[in-house]
Write a protein that binds this ligand. Structure first.
Ligand code: ATP
Ligand code: HSE
Length: 309
């Protein structure tokens, strides 16, 4: 067995407006790193965390790294002891899939340590168990793209059916992260439990249009499909500046915008880097006007997903 393995897993945008709980994509560069080392104690231990300001739990039953690896070891019927070190690169409660990136990096590292018993899709159910403890819901729309990269559809959860999708050329994402923390569990609690038939029809049309746009490389169709009648109407109210930003960028040439995951980060898709940068500049102006700090990132879609360093 290897002595030590480190893996990186990227940030993700879940939902992508029209795909609540069933669609997500991975972002370049930003993410979490996890290092795993075997121990002789037959125990999982989180031996250290950096970059979290002391906020994340070291208890193995509460950290998404250890919960994900424990789910994998249980499936393998293994009692291998592993020490885990997490370098947190993503802000907490941001809507960029931070809990998911920790779980994805931990699984890819531990899988390598154990001789790769699973392929990448095989790791997704273990990462979903980690999402369950982080935010009360075992959704896969952050963990699947963080592990696999690219756009990923979760066609069904019972049984799990994960479909990697094509990534169109020249697609750029601007992420605007306002400096407030929104817990996924809280922003799930504001969701309506019922949809009208009309709303269900609208959401279905848009997710179908979005998937067709990915296969056809049709960015205009992709932009028209970026609509959300399920989560955005309730969640946008929790995000100061959401509608001001949308109206501020409307003539800049972006394809569309929405809430990244459960927020507060807002994602904007653009057909080229110049537009994505202009949108980022406008976002800084809009948030300066309302007096709230923001971080702005511009990224292409990350096709690689989590990897061993
Ligand atoms: N390694 C970790 N172990 C345990 N909890 C974590 C870990 N990383 C993040 N969390 C917590 O998980 C909770 C879920 O939030 P997370 O950070 O995933 O949401 P997010 O970044 O807002 O992403 P999204 O809305 O896209 O799911 C937060 O309270 C966060 O502090
Ligand atoms: N689909 C999940 C993603 C959370 O990042 C939600 O919207 O609650």
């Amino acid at each position: 067995m290897k002595k030590t393995v480190t893996a990186f897993a990227p940030a993700t945008v879940a939902n992508v407006s029209c795909g609540f709980d069933i669609l997500g994509f991975a972002i370049d560069q930003m993410g979490d790193k996890v290092t795993v080392t075997p121990n002789d104690l037959q125990q999982l231990r989180v031996i250290g965390i950096s970059g979290d300001g002391g906020k994340l739990p070291l208890e193995p039953e509460k950290n998404t790294c250890s919960v994900a690896i424990q789910a994998m070891l249980d499936h393998l019927e293994s009692n291998q002891g592993i020490d885990i070190y997490l370098e947190k690169g993503l802000p907490l409660g941001s809507g960029m899939g931070s809990s998911a990136a920790s779980a994805a990096a931990a699984l890819v590292a531990a899988n390598e340590l154990l001789g790769n018993p699973y392929n990448k899709i095989g790791l997704v159910p273990f990462a979903m168990e980690a999402e369950r403890i982080a935010c009360g819901s075992a959704h896969a729309d952050n963990v699947a793209p963080s592990i696999l990269g690219g756009f990923v559809l979760i066609r069904d959860y019972h049984p799990l059916d994960i479909i990697p999708l094509p990534v169109p050329q020249n697609l750029f994402c601007t992420l605007v992260h306002p400096h407030i923390e929104l817990r996924t569990a809280d922003s799930r609690s504001v969701l309506r439990k019922q949809l009208s038939l009309k709303e269900a029809v609208m959401q279905s049309g848009n997710i179908a249009g979005f998937i067709a746009a990915l296969y056809e490389n049709d960015l205009a169709l992709l932009g028209r499909s970026l609509k959300d009648v399920i989560a955005e109407p309730s969640r946008a109210l929790l995000i100061p500046g959401f509608y001001e930003l949308r109206s501020g960028i409307q003539f800049l040439g972006a394809l569309g915008s929405g809430i990244s995951g459960s927020g507060p980060t807002i994602f904007i898709l653009s057909p080229d880097q110049k537009t994505a940068e202009a949108v980022g500049g406008k976002a800084k102006e809009v948030f300066a006007q309302i007096g709230l700090g923001v971080d702005v990132f511009v990224s292409e879609v990350n096709k690689r997903g989590a990897f061993v360093i």
